[in-house]
Ligand binder design. Structure first.
Ligand code: UD1
Length: 428
């Protein structure tokens, strides 16, 4: 297994580009199940989760190929394979996004429930609620969601419906994606209230429209879909990854650096920009580029994670690493995944003073962190530990970085190009 060794103390400086958005690419790849003909996707990052989705789609009769120029081409060829097995689903929750397309296009699906993960329970009740509203019959059997569209044998389809897709923590990103992908081929009109507004859902909606779907209200909490009979494969360039861009900006600010991130669309990163400015960083925004400078010690700020356009939960851990050395006390409240605080214990091992209080963390900023061996429990927590390692005195070894590799393409190269002392090693 690989580990990352980071020697702290340098200011990051320079220009770097964020790659394509993993969380946009995954549901768009699942949309290939809906298409007649090949989909050709550009700007799909080369990440473990993307390869897992390729394997899952292969089980469902979708052939995919990474071309030498980086394009990912997917084509659904065998419509009789509708089983998404547990051994793949347990490693990547986004696999659930095949459920809606399978029901809509093939009228049948057997998809393993993905199970919980390090950041919490992660139920799929909203996915099921939305698909049932469209007429799907869904049962849970032996850990699998077994579903069919009404009258599947006679070629009947899902039917449009009005639904409210809000849960106790707001909208659901992959839930909205799943239901949207089912609704585009349903008969009649579907109205999804409390739809997720995240840029990744917007990107999916745009690609579906290119494929022939009729969707109104993109980027708003009310999506209106007029079902169509057929969708075709199209070329599409996936949006840049706002979470990778945000991670690089936080790393720049945390190290007192001067970092310009390309592929950082400010419309996707309002909340982060606002919080970093409040903490005292200088942030300049251009079309798809953001420059951050932070010369002095940053100030404490309170952060609350919320659905888009609120502060993203996927940047909460990284922001906590930054605030661990800020001047003053910060309160970080997690409103999406109330248990997403596994990184607190590891940051405290590096000298941070952070206390969990229910769904909030009280961060007493200290002047310095000290390098230590640490272990990451999930993807974004790993990124937070890398940032903590960049700030800390001495050497930090982060184990189990396969989590990091699920969401960041060669992050050590990008950080090293900005002046970080970071290397990947093989652990015994
Ligand atoms: C997606 C992202 C993930 C991000 C999260 C929140 C992908 C592949 N992953 O995950 O990186 O952290 O959005 O921005 O895009 N919930 C329910 N019932 C459901 C579904 C969700 O109660 O059926 C709850 C969840 O437990 C959570 C909240 O709703 O508290 C938001 O979850 P959701 O938006 O669904 O997260 P994902 O789509 O799984």
């Amino acid at each position: 297994m690989d580990a990352m060794v980071v020697t702290g103390g340098c200011r990051l400086q320079g220009r770097v580009r964020a790659g394509g958005a993993k969380n946009a690419a995954l549901p768009i790849m699942a949309a290939s199940l809906l298409a007649d003909g090949p989909m050709c996707l550009k700007n799909v990052p080369d990440l473990a989760d993307i390869r897992t989705m390729m394997r899952l789609l292969a089980k469902l009769g979708v052939e995919s190929e990474r071309r030498p120029n980086g394009d990912l081409v997917l084509e659904s060829r065998n419509a009789r394979r509708n089983l998404a097995p547990y051994d793949i689903m347990r490693t990547m929750r986004a696999g659930i996004c095949v459920l809606g397309p399978l029901l809509a296009r093939r009228g049948r699906a057997e998809v393993s429930l993905p199970g919980g993960c390090a950041i919490g329970d992660r139920p799929v009740d909203l996915h099921l609620k939305g698909l049932r509203a469209l007429g799907a019959r869904l049962d849970i059997r032996h850990g699998y969601i077994v579903g069919s569209a009404p009258g599947a044998r006679t070629g009947k389809r899902l039917r449009g419906a009005e639904m409210y897709l809000g849960g106790p923590f707001g909208s659901s990103v992959t839930g909205t994606a799943n239901v949207l992908m089912a609704a585009v081929l349903a008969k009649g009109q579907t109205v999804i209230e409390c739809a997720a507004c995240e840029p990744e859902v917007q990107d999916l909606a745009r690609v579906l429209i290119k494929m022939g779907a009729k969707i109104h209200g993109i980027g708003s909490p009310c999506l209106v879909v007029e079902g169509v009979d057929r969708l075709v494969g199209v070329p599409h360039t996936v949006i840049p990854d706002r979470i990778e861009a945000g991670t690089l900006l936080v790393a720049g600010a945390a190290t007192g650096g001067d970092v310009t991130v390309e592929g950082a669309r400010s419309s996707d990163l309002f909340a982060l920009v606002h919080v970093l400015r409040e903490a005292g960083a200088r942030v300049e925004r251009f079309d798809d580029t953001i420059r951050i400078r932070a010369r002095r010690r940053l100030k404490s700020v309170d952060v609350t994670t919320l659905p888009f356009p609120g502060f993203p939960t996927d940047l909460q851990a990284q922001m906590m690493a930054l605030l661990a050395v800020a001047d003053g006390i910060s309160i970080i409240t997690e409103k999406i995944f109330p248990d997403r605080f596994m990184h607190i214990a590891e940051l405290n091992r590096m000298g941070a003073r952070i206390r969990k209080e229910g769904n909030a963390a009280v961060v007493h900023g200290t002047r310095r962190l000290s390098g230590a061996p640490v272990m990451a429990g999930d993807l974004r927590a790993s990124a937070a530990l890398v940032i903590a390692g960049l700030i800390a005195e001495g050497k930090t070894t982060i184990s189990r970085i396969y989590h990091l590799d699920r969401g960041y393409e060669r992050i050590e190269r990008k950080l090293a190009a900005l002046g970080a002392t970071i290397k990947r090693i093989k652990e015994r």
